[in-house]
Design a protein around this ligand. Structure first.
Ligand code: ADP
Ligand code: MG
Length: 386
């Protein structure tokens, strides 16, 4: 789960990390109030969306008059911002962060993330920070520095010194960095983050170091014990189908094809998608209703799949192991009636009470195509969606 920049910076502050002073606002008037309260002669107005690349897309601008704060905030609020890091239909801007501007001498890059290869937290830094870090990593990977943290010891002093030195920091900036890094590590661990990215980490004109931007992702599997963080979820920033899936507690990933899939078990879901491809079709989604699927989850799954206007056929592939096929068949019948499904539905049931399940479907009077095997089901779905 991702956080907004203004939320991430509040978390940094509660971890005793100095950030630029800033206030989030949901209206242009509140943005002006925020600027007045902050004082000074210039402010940066930053669109709050769950994506980077805002600067280049016109979502981060420095303004010098209160009227300009008002004008920019009204332009950004309620708009949809498309950047080179989000989906083509962009994300809505519901808040702006009004911040003091700082005199920037250098822009560095710093992030902490879970490195799957070493199974540890990795610190990634680069002197070439700012807005083009992806380009730097691609073209000049030698400019990207990495330190892996020992889980028992955390980030160690020698690692802080090595990075600070490699980043060319001296004097106060060097000391700031060596204090900042362990503090960021503590924030990372204390909040079960999977990513904490600061881009840019700036060196100011008076040689201090502080985070100017901050992106945080929380490990979804840890949200159950991070209730106050879970409350920061902003469904306006995620795909509507994925938000509905989150709410229904099913695993859903939107894809670009036209065959909706509802399957129980991730392995079976992958096999189903493979077979659809093999038969010449393309899946519209990955949806795993889980091993203990109930008629309710099946109905929810249906609704989520049909939110996608590209879906031309729905393939249901359920293996009745823990759950009985007749129960699933009843769920399917109930869901088809309730949701008013207009596209062909192909069902393959296997396992406990599969015969009874198929019989229920055949006698339901609904236009449900029952398949005997997975290959046949995939073929039928591809034909129907063509
Ligand atoms: P994004 O990564 O989405 O483009 P950033 O927060 O990194 O957004 O802002 C983009 C650029 O705007 C930064 O690299 C920096 O040059 C400038 N900027 C952002 N915040 C401030 C600030 N408080 N003071 C001065 N410049 C800023
Ligand atoms: Mg940035």
């Amino acid at each position: 789960m991702n956080l907004h920049e203004y939320q991430a910076k509040q978390i940094l502050r509660s971890g005793n990390i100095t950030t630029p002073r800033g206030i989030a606002a949901a209206s242009a008037d509140d943005a002006v109030k925020a600027a007045t309260e902050l004082g000074g002669e210039a402010w940066v107005v930053k669109a709050q969306i769950h994506a980077g690349g805002r600067g280049k897309a016109g979502g981060v601008k420095v303004v010098k008059q209160l009227e300009a704060v008002h004008a920019l905030a009204s332009q950004l609020l309620g708009s949809v911002l498309v950047t080179n890091q989000n989906a083509p239909d962009g994300q809505p801007v519901n808040q702006v962060l009004v911040e003091e501007t700082l005199p920037i001498a250098r822009e560095l890059y710093l992030s902490l993330l879970v490195d799957r290869e070493s199974e540890r937290v990795a610190i990634v830094a680069s002197a070439a920070g700012g807005m083009d870090i992806e380009e730097v990593a691609h073209a000049t990977p030698e400019k990207v520095l990495t330190e892996i943290c020992d889980p028992l010891l955390g980030v160690q002093d020698f690692q802080c010194r090595a990075l600070a030195f490699a980043l060319g920091l001296t004097g106060e900036a060097y000391k700031d960095f060596c204090r900042l890094l362990p503090a960021l590590y503590r924030v990372f661990m204390a909040n079960d983050l999977s990513l904490l990215e600061v881009n840019p980490l700036i060196v100011t004109a008076d040689n201090r170091v502080l985070p100017l931007d901050c992106k945080m992702s929380i490990d979804d599997s840890a949200l159950y014990r991070r209730k106050s963080l879970a409350e920061l979820r902003d469904d306006s920033q995620i795909d509507a189908k994925e938000a509905a899936a989150n709410a229904a507690n099913v695993n859903y990933v939107a894809l670009t094809g036209n065959i909706g899939c509802m399957v129980n078990g991730a392995g079976l879901a992958m096999a189903t998608m493979d077979l659809i491809q093999l038969e010449g079709g393309t899946p519209a989604n990955f949806l795993d209703v889980g091993g203990g699927a109930t008629p309710e989850t099946v109905a929810q799954g249906f609704k989520i799949i049909l939110l996608d206007p590209n879906v031309r056929a729905v393939l249901i592939n359920i293996f009745g192991g823990i759950v009985r096929c007749d129960v699933i068949a009843e769920g399917i019948i109930q869901a088809v009636k309730e949701v008013g499904v207009k596209v062909p539905v192909i069902v393959r049931l296997e396992g406990t009470n599969a015969e009874i399940g198929r019989k229920l479907l055949a006698e339901s009077g609904l236009a449900i195509l029952a398949a005997e095997s997975l290959t046949q089901a995939a073929k039928l779905a591809v034909d129907e969606a063509a």
